[in-house]
Structure formats: structure tokens, C-alpha cells
Write a protein that binds this ligand. Structure first.
Ligand code: ACO
Ligand SMILES: O=CC(=O)O
Ligand code: MG
Length: 532
């Protein structure tokens, strides 16, 4: 046996971790582990080049792919033809039922931004997905509320963790296995003949898309599925992928289900890659809206690229979520409606919502634009002209850096990491949805402003002492009323924020640091340094 399960075999985990499913994971690892590692090296080298002032551009060596008008992606499968509303969330049991019943066409079951990758969440999530497909997920909770999947449930699409993460609770030949193989492999193995559909997060270039395509071809052969059965929507959520949208669609064309504008990771990626340059200092997070020039350029290019190739363009996540206060609620619905209307008007075929209470809002934005059509693939955006300068026009973002914005970022980073260490990967903070991507923005903005000693609107500038004192204040507030275990977790969260926001060199992901130090089996972990 080449695999070893280090994690505890909790109740029913044997239904997910069958010998056959684990053999499949070993086969994926054998075939593709080295390529994954090489691609992560490429990420590191690219970031090092950006640090010397060589900025990205469209690649000359793939110009022929962009210039060739003849290729298109595969026709959409019936379940992914009308995607006007997609709900996202972690595959936690209660939320699984709620998402399936939400009225959205698609549920993106998320192992990436919305899930803290504890062993229990990772394998428990797979179990919930199997149960959901088999319609044996119904239950009554401790409050007596009945959960049962109804008619017309959403189509399940799974987002595995990105290439940068490892799963240390499963070893192959003594080494941790790539988290992408675990999430993709276990879901596909158990649900290949149901909805073998995926969202692919945090890709940085078309070679990473090619690796996914190779994984799909191999997996289909291994499991006896016709080639082209698997479908995948790629999130364009890194600045480097924005320069390779066509190439990414091309690599995956037999399996492509389009592209999604992952706005939050996109902003994170801009700061991560160019944060050291003063032209790239962004204002308070609330000011970095979808209508600022560099975000507008990116979404316009995404829609026009997709529709030229017959691929769906799916919009992103407005962070406003419903609240118990009617006023806050009305304001959130209005903001989300405006966001979705803009997307529908720009040509997107559908969009994401973070909460069942927003499904109707999204539908209200798309229905009038789509009319009888299931999508608007027929709407070519030949009017769009976006060049490299437009994609990198971060200095045209209006707004200021304020003391409130700095405090908000410190608070969000701390509270989110605290929740994440406790096993929760998406939380509502100050009426906004926060997940790994938004928390990364918070953390990286602190680093960026500190790096540039950015002036604050009301006077003064961002200094290490100021950030440390804000962190201490936010931590003191978080510690109030907590039991010893929760206090220890909050302190650990503050340590992660300190390590990843105040380090000299910006660590690539807080999740890799926090996973190695706190979620992985003890004794196997060392702080990761700076994985790509
Ligand atoms: C950047 C990106 O990648 S975006 C995609 C990744 N992020 C996400 O997917 C976030 C998804 N959203 C969520 O996780 C949640 O909405 C949160 C954590 C932000 C807020 O959740 P809560 O605090 O539970 O909200 P609230 O109390 O209003 O929930 C009301 C009900 O709706 C359910 N609900 C809320 N959001 C969702 C969701 N996304 N999917 C399914 N059910 C949901 C809750 O489970 C709760 O159900 P119940 O009445 O049966 O108990
Ligand atoms: O995954 C989505 C994002 O905005 O990040
Ligand atoms: Mg993301």
C-alpha cells in the first residue's frame, strides 16, 4: 500500500476513503505530482521577475492561438447551459441542503476560499456531496428544523483547492499529496456519473490549465468515462491569468465550461505581485470597486474573450450579505442588485451569490437581460479593446488610505484567521462575507501600506508600531469573554497575521503558513517559507 491515512477515520469516512478511491489518488500523484511542483517553481520565478520591474504582457509565443478565429470550446452540457444564478459555499451539511434548495441553478461547493481545510471539513465535505447526490442528506437539527433536498435542486459543481496547497493527512510514499488531487479525485471517483463538473481556482497561467486538462484526460481514461465528460470553469483571479484567458480556454477547450471573474483573489494577486511598487498602492478596500479602471478592463476582456470562443462568462461575488437589520438588508440588496445588473448589462451569462437571500436579487438582474435565452453567448463584445496598460492601470484607482481602512483590514485579517483556525472558512463580519480571498486582501494591504509607509488621509502614516498597536487592540477585543481554548486560538491567529502581514517579504499565502503551523498533523509541519 503506497498511501497512508494519517487523519482519524471519523464516522463514515471509510465510505469516502475506500481502497479504490485512494488508489486513484495515488495514480494522480504518480502521474502529475512532479508537474505540479515544476509549475509552482515557475510561479516563484515569475514573481521574482516582477520584483525586478518586468511586468506581464500578452505572450508572443501564443499569439497564434489568440489570432486563430476558428476554435471554440465544447458546447455546454445541459445542466450548465443556463447559469444565471450560482450560489457558493462550503460543503457543510446544513449549507449543502440550503444551497441545493436555494433556487440557484448551480451550487459551487467550495473547498477553496470558503473552507478551512481541516481533515474533518475535507473528508466530511466529500461525504456530504455523496449524500447530497444520493438524496440521503435529509436531517432534523437540534432546533427541530427539518432539512430536506427538494425538487429542482441546483447542479453541484465542485471547487477543489488550488495547486499551492497540500493535504498532509494523506501521504503517498511518505510525502503529502497535493490538495487539488484529493478534492478533485475523491469527488470525481465517487460522483463521476453524476455531475463531474468543477471550478478551478487561482490558476496563474495556461500551463496550469494544461495540467488540469491532462489530469482530466487521464481521469476519464482511468474511470472509463468518455473524453469530454468533465467540465471545468476556470476562475480568472490572478493578474497573470488575465493575460492568458484565451490560452486557458484553448488548453481546456474539450472540457471548458467558461471563465469566472474571481474579483477578490484578483485584487489580492495584484497586491501580491506588484505590492512593492508605489504605482500599485491601492486605497481602502471598500474603494476598490468593480468600476475602477483596472477591474473594468479585466471583466470587459473576460466577457469578450469568452463569447468569442462560445464559453460562458460568469460574474463574481458581491460581498454584501443579508442581515437581521432591515436597513442594512435593504442597502445590501440594492448594492448586490446594482452589481449584478452591471454584469448582466456587460454580457455576463450569470453570476455568483454568497447567500440564499440573494438568489432572487441576482435573478432579477439577469432575467430581463436574458429574456427567453438561457445565456447571452450570442452577445459578442467586439467593441471591447483592452491592452496590457489597461489591465495594469492600478494607479488610476481613486480613493484614499484611511486609519479606519487600516483598522478594518487588521480586524478582518485577525478575525478571519481566527475563524479559519477554528474550522470555519467563510464568515460574516460587519455585514460582509469574508473568506480566504478577502482576508488575503486585508492582510496584503496592511503589508503594502506598511512597506510604503503610506500616508493616512487624516495625517500620519502606516508604521510597524501603528499596525502592532492596532493588532493588539483588535486581539484584546477578540479575547473578551472567551474560554481558554478560544483565547489560545485568537493568539495563534494574531501570530499568523503578524508573520504574514508584517514580514519583510510578503508570504505568498497566509493559508499555507497557517495550515502548516496549525491544521496539519504535528511533527510533519514546518512553516512553509514562501510557497508559490
Ligand atoms: C471570494 C470567493 O471565493 S466567494 C465564494 C466563496 N465564499 C463563499 O462561498 C461564502 C458563502 N457564504 C457563506 O458562507 C455564508 O453566507 C456566510 C458565512 C457569509 C454567512 O452565513 P450565516 O452567518 O450563517 O448567515 P445567515 O445567518 O444569514 O444564514 C441564514 C441561513 O442561510 C444559510 N446560508 C447562508 N449562506 C449560505 C450559503 N452560501 N449556502 C447555503 N446556505 C447558506 C445558513 O446556513 C442559514 O441557514 P439556516 O436558517 O437553515 O440555519
Ligand atoms: O473566488 C473568487 C474570488 O473572488 O476570489
Ligand atoms: Mg478566489
Amino acid at each position: 500500500m503506497r498511501y497512508k491515512i494519517i487523519g482519524e477515520m471519523l464516522e463514515r469516512f471509510d465510505e469516502v476513503l475506500t481502497p479504490e478511491a485512494l488508489d486513484f489518488l495515488v495514480a494522480l500523484d504518480d502521474r502529475f505530482a512532479a508537474q505540479r511542483v515544476a509549475l509552482l517553481d515557475t510561479r516563484r520565478a515569475r514573481r521574482a521577475r516582477f520584483a525586478t520591474g518586468q511586468f506581464p504582457d500578452f505572450r508572443p509565443e501564443t499569439a497564434h492561438i489568440r489570432a486563430d478565429p476558428s476554435w471554440r470550446v465544447a458546447e455546454p452540457v445541459p445542466a450548465l447551459t443556463d447559469r444565471r444564478v450560482e450560489i457558493t459555499g462550503p460543503p457543510e451539511r446544513r449549507m449543502t441542503v440550503n444551497a441545493l434548495n436555494s433556487g440557484a441553478r448551480v451550487w459551487m461547493a467550495d473547498f477553496e476560499d470558503a473552507t478551512a481545510p481541516t481533515w474533518a471539513n475535507v473528508i466530511g465535505g466529500q461525504l456530504n456531496l455523496i449524500d447530497a447526490h444520493e438524496r440521503r442528506i435529509d436531517f432534523t437539527d437540534e432546533r427541530g428544523k427539518r432539512y430536506a433536498v427538494g425538487e429542482d435542486a441546483a447542479t453541484i459543481v465542485v471547487r477543489p483547492r488550488g495547486w499551492h496547497l497540500v493535504e498532509k493527512w494523506i501521504a503517498v510514499d511518505g510525502r503529502p499529496i497535493a490538495a487539488s488531487f484529493v478534492d478533485f479525485g475523491l469527488y470525481l471517483f465517487h460522483n463521476a456519473r453524476r455531475t463531474p463538473y468543477f471550478y478551478l481556482p487561482k490558476l496563474e497561467d495556461h500551463r496550469e490549465a494544461r495540467l488540469w486538462n491532462d489530469v482530466f484526460v487521464f481521469a476519464q481514461q482511468y474511470l472509463g468515462l468518455p473524453q469530454g465528460t468533465i467540465r471545468a470553469t476556470v476562475l480568472i483571479e490572478t493578474i497573470t491569468a488575465a493575460f492568458e484567458m484565451e490560452e486557458i480556454l484553448y488548453e481546456l477547450r474539450e472540457h471548458s465550461a467558461g471563465l469566472n471573474a474571481g474579483r477578490w483573489d484578483y485584487i489580492f494577486s495584484i497586491i501580491k505581485n506588484f505590492g512593492q511598487w508605489s504605482d500599485f498602492v491601492l486605497p481602502d478596500r471598500a474603494e476598490v470597486t468593480m468600476t475602477v479602471p483596472f477591474m473594468r478592463a479585466y471583466t470587459e476582456l473576460l466577457v469578450s474573450t469568452c463569447h468569442r470562443r462560445g464559453a460562458h462568462a460568469i460574474g463574481g461575488m458581491a460581498a454584501f450579505i443579508p442581515s437581521r437589520s432591515p436597513d442594512v438588508n435593504a442597502a445590501a440588496a440594492e448594492k448586490v442588485l446594482a452589481d449584478k445588473r452591471r454584469e448582466a448589462g456587460d454580457g455576463f451569462d450569470g453570476s455568483w451569490v454568497a447567500h440564499p437571500g440573494l438568489v432572487r436579487t441576482c435573478r432579477d438582474a439577469f432575467d430581463p437581460v436574458l429574456g427567453e435565452r438561457p445565456n447571452q453567448l450570442d452577445r459578442l463584445r467586439d467593441d471591447v479593446e483592452v491592452n496590457a496598460t489597461d489591465l495594469l492601470a492600478v494607479d488610476k484607482t481613486p480613493g484614499q488610505v484611511t486609519a479606519e481602512g487600516l483598522r478594518a483590514n487588521v480586524g478582518v485579517a485577525l478575525r478571519y484567521v481566527d475563524a479559519w483556525l477554528g474550522g470555519t472558512g467563510a464568515v460574516a463580519l460587519s455585514n460582509l462575507m469574508e473568506d480566504a480571498a478577502t482576508a488575503e486582501i486585508a492582510r496584503c494591504q496592511v503589508w503594502q501600506w506598511l512597506h510604503h509607509r503610506t500616508p493616512l488621509a487624516g495625517g500620519g502614516c502606516v508604521t510597524r508600531d501603528l499596525v502592532r498597536s492596532l493588532l493588539a487592540e483588535e486581539l484584546a477585543a477578540l479575547l473578551t469573554g472567551r474560554d481558554p481554548q478560544e483565547r489560545a486560538r485568537a493568539v495563534a491567529a494574531a501570530d499568523i497575521v503578524e508573520r504574514t502581514a508584517l514580514a519583510e517579504d510578503l508570504p505568498a499565502f497566509f493559508t499555507t503558513e497557517a495550515y502548516a503551523l496549525h491544521l496539519a498533523p504535528s511533527g510533519t509541519s514546518s512553516p512553509s517559507g514562501s510557497p508559490a
